[in-house]
Design a binder for this molecule. Sequence first.
Ligand SMILES: NC(=O)c1ccc[n+]([C@@H]2O[C@H](COP(=O)([O-])OP(=O)(O)OC[C@H]3O[C@@H](n4cnc5c(N)ncnc54)[C@H](O)[C@@H]3O)[C@@H](O)[C@H]2O)c1
Length: 370
Amino acid sequence: MSATRRFQIAAIPADGVGKEVVAAGREVLDALAAGSAGAFAFDWQEFGWGCEYYARTGRMMAEDGLEVLRDFDAIYFGAVGWPGVPDHISLWGLRLAICQNFDQWANIRPVHFLPGVRSPLRRADLSRADLSGAGDTDLDWVVVRENSEGEYAGVGGRNFSGRGPGGEVGVQSAVFTEVGCERIMRFAFDLARTRSRPKVSSVTKSNAQQYGMVLWDDVFRRVARDYPDVETESVLVDAMAAKFVLHPEDLSVVVASNLHADILSDLGSALAGSLGLAASANLNPERRFPSMFEPVHGSAPDIAGQGLANPIGAVGSAALMLEHLGLPGQAARLHAAIEATTAAGVLTRDLGGTASTGDVTKALIDGLSI
Ligand SMILES: NC(=O)c1ccc[n+]([C@@H]2O[C@H](COP(=O)([O-])OP(=O)(O)OC[C@H]3O[C@@H](n4cnc5c(N)ncnc54)[C@H](O)[C@@H]3O)[C@@H](O)[C@H]2O)c1
């Protein structure tokens, strides 16, 4: 028998429902490994970083946290943020600290409709023929988010001119580099070539933002010339928001800046049925650092601790992690288990069901043996 492949995974559940969905994801992954007849296994190390850690220590993660994380094969993350800690402190102190320092410049956010889940696009009063293509099986696109610069570069200042209350000034600059734009666009084009519809839609706002976004457009046009087999379009972000709703069937790979993709991918996951379904991967494609896998949603303080959290976004993120670790067949098994679970109507409250986080987790594990 060949030796077991062991993967060292750092788990950072962090705050709120992050704890519940990471626990669920770990259970599903361990069940997958247990059924692999020793082919692979996960060695977990959990880190209790987040807002409670901040309350005790004044830091969102240990001082040597990045050094500790560096040697792991991957990071499995929950969500960060809790009332009492300003969101910009919690986000920059943990999630963005990891993304930026580990150069996880490509954030992948797939969106597709699941059987048994009702999209808000499917209005009860419309027949299927009236849905502008928004049926429940034919929508499938990936938002590729530039994850290292743009509007989240952290460049700016507040009250730098010494003005007092009532006269303060805040400046938040967006940073676009040719290298940063080019690498995310090539990533998007390479991804498009693997899909049934090889198309890349670039999201821009170059009509109003004449520096960074014009550079973005120039690089998009230049990179596109190297991929003549890939269909392209460039769409203003406001028009793209409308297109997500009205013509989602026309999308395959959507490449966008940090802020634009952040917003559009939430819209995409809401259209697929719930924010709780959306998975994501923060990739360092060169593999110089570990990549991080996390659901798109936040810590959801409104439902945390009640067993209401939908674990599917976290489990879908685990599937992206398996692909990254070189286990695409196992990732496909997770996707199949997700589809079997929703098709069977085992749905949490956000999807109109009554199942608990634990019920869905159990159904996902049962679905692995189908
Ligand atoms: N990646 C991250 O860690 C991340 C992302 C977004 C927001 N946040 C943080 O999370 C906190 C709450 O932010 P928010 O309320 O704007 O966004 P949120 O994603 O936490 O919640 C938005 C809505 O979606 C619901 N929801 C989210 N996840 C769900 C799940 N798994 N199952 C069922 N319903 C779910 C919530 O109940 C809420 O109604 C803030 O502190 C924010 O900064 C963190």
